[in-house]
Design a protein around this ligand. Structure first.
Ligand SMILES: [Ca+2]
Ligand SMILES: [Ca+2]
Ligand SMILES: [Ca+2]
Ligand SMILES: [Ca+2]
Length: 643
């Protein structure tokens, strides 16, 4: 064991070559630490074997918290009666950004409430937190001088992604004893790690065996590996369409005039209330492949280009005449627009807003009716794909409609951004995964689940005779569930889980893999096998995220605005003339625009929409993934992948 008190003798411990500055001493008196340890395995009583030795508690409201020793099972018991609390481990661990750590614990919890808000107020949860500290004991922020790689899924090219938070293990709801872990590499500049357990809400939490070790989990390979691809078609610039003042980061695609070629529908928006939940569409513009405007509704204004969420627009042939209609919400009405003229075919007021669970940003009830968030097409009544659709608000409520705008049913819960629709039970009608529940086609709840924060991305797949639902939960982790029962099979707490993409990404592996990314609080990319095992990790970088059927032989690459990556972070194809001027960051979709049935890659910003295609024609039969690309939307990388 190697430890010392900074106050007593910093030199001898080799912790710091000089006495810490005065402000560090000031901070430390608030409770972080005067002790520094060198070996994570030797942190005394980190696992609560000796009760609360070396731990200090703080809480929001007196009388709302009771701590005790769990005499039967070991470790500690925390009983909360509302209000937030924190248990801080006083010693610090000397750490470095060059090392990998595993944090693990056995936990059990039973929260009475099922509440979650981004602000933390009223949230029922517990979280084992790791803070990375610099030399002055300040938390380290994840910052970049510029984006030189990949694509973070959410195309906001922020250079400050907030305080690093990739080591946290957060949980809520009711769990029997479970072994949870996080695996992380501290950010550059890390000198110390500080550990705490935080929580809030009414309920019980048991924790024991908290352990930190310097290691890499079994079976995980690190960093960039040589590409498993032998030959990949080069990219050609197929078309570059200059966009006008109508351009929007929100795009949907379809064949509006039935000529077999896609048209583009751009939506602009403005914020009309606080937070990120109140925004409405200000302009919708349909554009053909030559850049001609087919029609436009609303007022174009390039200042309304940017968006940080989905918008309620969908493109689908609702009446089966071979031409797509556009369905959207404008000015608190659901509109069905003729695809060729943009004229209103049908209209109905949007649903009355309602509180639901008030999750995430709180109740979305500022306006009498909802502005609308995402539209997802599905087949609820067995009448074919796209004859029904789901419309939702941002986090709390969704409504199922027919193409004739008759409401079928509605649901309130903690919602995923873009609901995943798939025929889970094979009866010819879609079930809807809402983010916290699976609903059958009639809206009946089949199961619910309570995971920390909210679901950003989901994919469903069949594997070894089982249907598996993989989830990426913001700040919660990556989860693999038995899709028919809603039971967690595996979970990995790896940061702000943002993106899941499913495809055959490695031609040397005879099965599909799941590429996963984290975003806010740390950019990392991971690979999981279909059993839900973590097999590869790449820290401090993300690469492409949209699966692309580029080669046509069943394998797939990942698209970014710059080019095509393999799943190990190798840039295999750099797009010719891939320059984008966007101040907000370009966005990427795939679509079979022309040539053979392989995907083209679409990259657009406020100035141009650029389409890349393969330089060589495909030979023989061309693979076509089963994807509902018509549901490709803002967060739609994972959610449209249903195989
Ligand atoms: Ca067309
Ligand atoms: Ca039609
Ligand atoms: Ca079904
Ligand atoms: Ca094509």
């Amino acid at each position: 064991m190697s430890f010392s008190s900074i106050d007593d003798n910093p030199q001898s411990a080799g912790v710091a070559s000089r006495a810490p500055p005065r402000e560090v001493r000031g901070k430390r008196t608030r409770g972080t630490s005067s002790l520094v340890f060198d070996l994570p395995e030797k942190l005394p009583n980190l696992g609560f074997e000796d009760g609360f030795l070396y731990w200090v508690c703080d809480f929001e409201k007196p009388g709302t918290l009771s701590l005790g020793i769990n005499r039967e099972g070991g470790g500690i018991r925390i009983i909360g009666h509302g209000g937030s609390w924190e248990l801080r481990y006083k010693p610090l661990l000397r750490a470095s950004g060059m090392e990998h750590y595993v944090l693990e614990a056995k936990v059990k919890c039973n929260f009475v409430d099922r509440r979650f808000t981004f602000s933390g107020a009223g949230s029922a949860f517990a979280s084992i937190n790791v803070m990375a500290l610099d030399e002055d004991l300040n938390p380290i922020r994840v910052r970049f001088s510029r984006w030189t790689f990949g694509d973070p899924g959410e195309p906001f090219l922020r250079e400050d992604l907030g305080i690093w938070s990739c080591g946290n293990i957060s949980f809520c709801g009711s769990l029997g004893w479970r072994h949870l872990y996080s695996f992380f590499k501290p950010p550059r500049g890390t000198k110390y790690l500080s550990l705490s357990v935080r929580g809030g809400g009414r309920g019980e939490v048991y924790i024991k065996g908290l352990r930190l070790s310097r290691r890499i989990p079994n079976g995980v390979r690190l960093n960039v590996r040589p590409t498993p691809f032998k030959s990949v078609p080069q990219a050609l610039l197929y078309k570059r369409i200059p966009l006008g003042d109508y351009a929007g980061k929100f795009l949907r695609i379809g064949d509006l005039n039935g000529d077999g070629r896609p048209e583009f529908v751009f939506a602009q928006n403005e914020r009309i209330g606080p937070g990120d939940i109140y925004k409405h569409i200000t302009c919708i513009t349909a554009v053909d492949l030559e850049g001609n405007i087919l029609w436009q509704r609303g007022r174009p204004d390039l200042r309304n280009y940017e968006v940080t969420s989905d918008l309620p627009v969908g493109v689908m042939d609702l009446n089966g005449d071979g031409k797509d209609e556009v369905i959207c919400c404008m000015n608190f009405e659901i509109l069905v627009l003729d695809g060729i003229t943009g004229e209103i075919v049908r209209r109905k007021p949007t649903p009355k807003s309602r509180e639901g669970g008030g999750y995430c940003e709180g109740p979305e009830t500022l306006f009498e009716r909802i502005t609308g968030d995402c539209i997802v097409f599905c087949n609820l009544r067995g009448q074919g794909e796209g004859r029904d659709f789901i419309l939702k608000d941002r986090y709390n409520n969704l409504w199922a409609y027919t193409a004739d705008l008759d409401e079928l049913w509605s649901y309130s819960g903690k919602l995923i951004h873009s609901p995943l629709v798939y025929d889970f039970d094979g009866d010819g009608r879609d079930e809807v995964f809402t983010g916290d529940a699976l609903l059958d086609d009639s809206g009946r709840v089949l199961w619910t689940i309570d995971l920390y924060d909210h679901c950003d991305s989901a994919v469903v797949y069949e594997h070894r005779g089982m249907l598996i639902l993989a989830l990426a939960h913001q700040n919660g982790g990556f989860y693999f569930l038995d899709a028919l029962r809603g039971e967690v099979l595996k979970e990995h707490h790896l940061g702000h889980a943002q993106v899941l993409s499913l495809g055959r990404f490695d031609p040397s592996v005879n099965e599909r893999l799941i590429c996963a990314q984290t975003y806010w609080g740390g950019l990392n990319q991971f690979l999981f096998d279909l059993d839900g095992n973590l097999i590869h990790a790449s820290f401090e970088k993300v690469f492409g995220w949209v699966p692309v059927n580029w080669i046509g032989d069943g394998t797939e690459l990942l698209a970014s605005p710059r080019g095509l990556y393999d799943c190990y972070g190798n840039l295999l194809i750099e797009f010719p003339d891939s320059y984008t001027r966007s101040k907000w960051g370009a966005k990427v979709f795939v679509w079979d625009v022309g040539n053979d049935p392989r995907d083209e890659v679409l990259v657009w910003d406020e100035y141009y929409l650029t389409i890349y295609t393969q330089a060589e024609r495909a030979k023989g039969e061309v693979y076509r993934p089963k994807r509902r690309l018509y549901n490709q939307t803002f967060y739609g990388n994972g959610n449209f992948v249903s195989l």
